[in-house]
Design a binder for this molecule. Structure first.
Ligand code: SF4
Ligand code: SF4
Length: 441
């Protein structure tokens, strides 16, 4: 397969075309001299002709169409409300589990103020989003319920639609809460890491017991209610984290499918390599192999179940997300902000509590515009190494928080994060190719 970075076209090529493209041979004389012992001269002429034609149509060696990219003006479209900086679990890899992180619940008045802030800061934009995050956000369910009702009411009054997402470990999903989430079309991200031994190794209750069985039971109840719901509803998906302890994470995907789930994502843990569970450079070969194994398993299972989705293999080369999203990713710090229990604003949940990234407060509605500008200008044309990276329009410059964690700069992507991203995208491109052209497998 050959991926043309700037046109985003994925070509399936034969061995001759591969050799020509790989070695950059574009004159007939050169090509015959280098490849004449392996391929016929007529075939070489034909393949060169096809390459020239594709080039003329802008499908090979396409120039960068966005090289002079200027990001759009800042506009806050989404807020992450950290309604509970507190959890009923003590997962070892969670930022909210840090010993210095004091348990806090966001008061109703702060959440309401955050809604007012979002409705005002989003200008003429009609659709805005609120994510309820934690810790475990359902520990503060009364505030979630109030915020949803308040935001709907206030949104309607100013002609805006507010979408909601909650990320939960599932333990507090009672029938009442499930009904509320479905009734209010709240998107639900259910956090479960896969096989019981994998999940329980790092995700304990505060008393040190495994949490897998209890989470699975509640998550199953939610998904079953979601499937039976006949009104409008939000989406759900299962989100797992893989670490150094389960580099065979394709088996966790299979486990989750066996449990009857069909919307699944598995993310690499965000951590420094010095922890026992943090991913390291020396794990890369195994991870790359595992993504390829997962791609084959996914293709096989998707043939039997048309509704099966692995979030990270769902790339769209034809349409894809809007330009700023393709070039700058999540929008943290200028289009997306996180709010802590006191109403303090940060670029995203991963930066909460880092003094140097405190951007403002919803009660004063003032923002540090130097930080806004810093994040707005953090995109694939300013981040170190991205311009020359084949994955730039699919990766969008990686996670700012991961970059900062590793390099103390949001403009210097995590080397390991980049390698993981490229391994995952290679597998995703392969899945796209195999779905569209069965010969690609
Ligand atoms: S993989 Fe790394 S270098 Fe490539 S676009 Fe993403 S962040 Fe930039
Ligand atoms: S900076 Fe990273 S963790 Fe924060 S919202 Fe963006 S992708 Fe997510």
């Amino acid at each position: 397969m050959v991926f043309d970075v700037h046109s985003q076209v994925l070509h399936e090529v034969d061995e001759l075309a591969w050799e020509l493209l790989r070695s950059g041979l574009n004159t007939y004389a050169e090509a015959v001299e280098k490849l004449g012992s392996r391929f016929g001269t007529a075939d070489i002429a034909g393949a060169l002709g096809e390459i020239t034609a594709l080039r003329a149509r802008g499908l090979l060696y396409a120039p960068d169409p966005h090289a002079d990219y200027d990001p759009p003006p800042p506009l806050v479209k989404a807020l992450c409300l950290n309604v509970a900086h507190h959890c009923n679990l003590a997962c070892r890899y969670c930022f909210a589990a840090a010993p210095e992180a004091a348990a806090k619940l966001m008061p109703k008045a702060t959440a309401r103020r955050a809604v007012d802030y979002l409705l005002a800061a989003s200008g003429a934009r009609r659709h805005v989003e609120i994510d309820f995050f934690g810790g475990e956000p359902l520990l503060n369910f009364p505030v979630i319920r109030d915020t949803v009702e308040y935001a709907r009411r206030r949104g309607k009054a100013v002609g805006k639609e507010v979408g909601f997402t909650v990320t939960t470990n599932g333990l507090l999903l009672t029938p009442e809460i499930i009904r509320f989430l479905l009734n209010n079309r709240v998107n639900v991200v259910l956090s479960l890491d896969g096989r019981p031994e994998v999940h329980d190794r790092l995700r304990h209750t505060v008393r040190g017991q495994g949490s897998h069985a209890a989470s699975l039971t509640r998550i199953r109840q939610f998904v079953s209610a979601w499937r039976q719901w006949d009104g409008p509803r939000g989406y759900y998906y299962l989100r797992g984290t893989f670490t150094r302890h389960n580099l065979d994470f394709a088996d966790d995907f299979c486990y989750l499918v066996d449990q009857g789930f069909d919307k699944i994502s598995l993310e690499p843990v965000v951590s420094l390599p010095c922890t026992d569970y943090g991913l390291r450079e020396e794990d890369l070969a195994e991870i790359r192999y595992e993504y390829q194994r997962l791609a084959d398993i996914y293709l096989e299972l998707a043939r039997q179940n048309a509704g099966l989705r692995f979030f990270h293999f769902q790339i769209d080369l034809d349409e894809g997300p809007c330009l700023p999203k393709r070039l700058a990713g999540c929008g943290a710090g200028h289009a997306y902000l996180a709010v802590d229990a006191e109403g303090d604003l940060y670029p995203c949940h991963q930066f909460i509590g880092r003094e140097e990234f405190l951007m403002g407060n919803v009660f004063t509605a003032e923002l540090r515009y130097d930080l806004v500008e810093h994040f707005r200008h953090a995109h694939v044309y300013t981040k170190e190494g991205c311009v020359r990276c084949w994955a730039k329009f699919l990766c969008s410059g990686g996670c700012h928080a991961h970059a900062y964690l590793e390099n103390r700069s949001v403009l210097k992507p995590s080397r390991l994060g980049c390698a993981l991203m490229r391994a995952r995208l290679e597998a995703a491109l392969y899945v796209q190719a195999a779905k569209n052209t069965p010969t690609a497998r």
